[in-house]
Design a protein around this ligand. Structure first.
Ligand code: 5GP
Length: 204
């Protein structure tokens, strides 16, 4: 019997390897749909509008926010990010699993609106390693890296309320943990309510 879809929320400080882990998970599990966020930040090299993000002006973002278009939204590193509500509702209604790649402020809002969602936090093995990774990817200025590290500290303070903590020390090991967390999340009773109901009816 088909199970219900789950909402899988992933958060991580930038530079933790979340994008790579998300890519691996989506490749292995095509059933897992991705919630495409809106953002006011500029596209990076290789990013495609409508695939990685919906890239919007700040004015358009504000308009949509005022129209309650977003399930959650937050300002991260000086840019706005938000999750469109309607597509998420529709995917869950169709029984699909939905992956959210959102920051801790957004995750808190989802925790309130979708308490059955599963929340996983990806951690760097150390401050030193996170600093090294941010430098070596060569995307950010010294000032931006300092800001990202300060933000990482604030984000890590929220990690304790998540359902799973995944340290990205070695990519393959971290992926195995993330995969296990996802598989375990799909065993939650709310995903199998129909099956349980039918079984209980059998017994009755
Ligand atoms: P980036 O600009 O590096 O793609 O993402 C920066 C941060 O914004 C990441 O922590 C990412 O998870 C978060 N983010 C991306 N989309 C959303 C969203 O829709 N809502 C919230 N709250 N955060 C998001």
């Amino acid at each position: 019997m088909e199970r219900q879809g789950i909402a899988l929320v992933l958060s991580a400080p930038s530079g933790t390897g979340k994008t790579t882990l998300v890519k691996m998970l989506r490749e292995e599990f095509p059933r897992l749909c991705y919630s495409i966020s809106c953002t006011t930040r500029a596209p990076r090299d290789g990013e495609v509008d409508g695939r990685d993000y919906h890239f919007l002006s700040r004015e358009r973002f504000r308009q949509l926010k005022d129209e309650h278009y977003f399930a959650e939204w937050a300002e991260v590193h000086g840019n706005f990010y938000g999750t469109p509500l309607a597509p998420v509702r529709e995917m869950l209604r169709q029984g699909k699993d939905v992956l959210f790649d959102i920051d801790v402020q957004g995750a808190r809002q989802v925790k309130n609106s979708l308490p059955e969602a599963f929340f996983a936090f990806i951690l760097p093995p150390s401050l030193e390693e996170l600093r090294r990774r941010l430098h070596s990817r060569g995307l950010d200025s010294e000032e931006t890296i300092r800001r990202r590290l300060a933000n990482a500290h604030d984000e890590l303070k929220e990690a304790a309320w998540y359902d799973a903590l995944i340290v990205n020390d070695h990519l393959e090991d971290a992926y195995a943990r993330l995969r296990a967390a996802y598989k375990a999340a799909t065993l939650a009773p709310h995903c199998h309510a129909q099956m349980l109901r039918a079984l209980l009816e059998d017994f009755a």
